[in-house]
Write a protein that binds this ligand. Structure first.
Ligand SMILES: O=C(O)CCC(=O)C(=O)O
Length: 317
């Protein structure tokens, strides 16, 4: 396949991109991911790390931001500060961290992969992940999954994640693990569930049911600033952090807003994920002093609330 077509949108894999070569585009089309070295400079990573530390100290935390504790941290001696927080999510409204989503070198690559120089891009899902040292229970692993499980917008070919290493990330501290080509084969969303891990698993960390560990997987080792771009159907996860350090990465999922639209996932295998995310949204509404039975929101509203335009005008999402 050398083109992916949807109405007005055609991805022509067999031509040079603005920043990616034809070979790099074809690599992504075949494998569902590509690593671009040195995408984000060290000084920007330091700015994002400093902001993360401020958030951990509860400084100017936007109301819509989710600050999460790892299940092991919740039971450990780290009750406060940077070591207590495993993930910051929904930073589209944070003036410092949102700079990551707008970073020109990242945006240029994303446009080559899911659009063209004129595409209206939306930042949908944002995370800064502070993977803690494993306490021996293997809960620092992230189960193998497909990100589309969490999304009710389509088509999948016009969604892409950028995930940047904020320091050297290798097998020792739990790098990303990908199964190349799975965005095309099987190329569909597989059923997910909570993994039945002895030590437990973090909330809403769903994994592929009956995942076959013999699938040929690849450990993506990266230096600080390197960025991996990947398709939302690519099977991936991350390994155990066997070091004493907190492994940091920052990521943003983009959607091509000219082409992606919300779809109803009720009644599908995604419904239990939708229900859990809606439950979190209802709790937040309660925390803000409102009655969740009166403020009716559906899953598309959750994503509409998270999404921010990167450039151009807001269209569908
Ligand atoms: O950063 C990680 O360890 C994995 C992140 C990931 O795969 C995800 O959040 O979808």
């Amino acid at each position: 396949m050398t083109t992916t077509t949807l109405g007005a949108g055609t991805l022509d894999w067999n031509s040079e991109g603005v920043v990616l070569s034809k070979e790099q585009k074809l690599f992504y089309e075949k494998n569902g991911y590509i690593v671009i070295r040195n995408c984000v400079p060290q000084y920007e990573l330091e700015r994002f790390k400093n902001r993360f530390r401020e958030i951990c100290e509860k400084k100017d935390v936007p109301a819509e931001m989710t600050v999460m504790r790892d299940i092991t941290i919740a039971k450990s001696e780290f009750k406060q500060g940077e070591k207590a927080i495993t993930k910051v999510q929904d930073f589209n409204g944070d003036p410092v961290l949102f700079d990551y989503c707008k970073y020109p070198t990242i945006i240029d690559v994303v446009k080559d992969l899911i659009g063209n120089p004129n595409s209206n891009l939306m930042s949908m899902h944002t995370m800064l992940i502070n993977k803690p040292p494993d306490n021996g229970k293997l809960t620092s692993r992230h189960p193998m999954h497909q990100d589309l499980q969490y999304f009710n917008f389509r088509p999948a070919d016009f969604i892409c994640c950028a995930w940047t290493a904020m320091e050297r990330i290798n097998r020792a501290n739990g790098c990303l693990v990908v199964v190349p080509g799975t965005h095309k084969d099987p190329g569909v969303l597989l059923p997910h569930e909570y993994p039945k891990w002895e030590g437990g698993v973090n909330k809403i960390y769903h994994g592929i049911q009956n995942y076959d560990p013999s699938m040929p997987r690849l450990h993506v080792e990266m230096e600080a600033g390197d960025t991996v771009f990947f398709h939302p159907l690519l099977i991936h996860g991350s390994g155990t952090n066997r070091t004493d350090g907190f492994r940091k990465a920052i990521s943003c999922h983009y959607a091509n807003d000219d082409l992606c639209k919300y779809v109803d996932i009720s009644g599908t295998a995604q419904e239990f994920t939708q229900d859990e995310i809606l439950e979190v949204a209802r709790k937040r509404i309660t925390k803000l002093g409102m009655n969740p039975d009166e403020v009716k929101i559906d899953f598309a509203d959750v994503w509409r609330g998270r999404a921010r335009p990167i450039n151009g005008k807001r269209c569908n999402l």
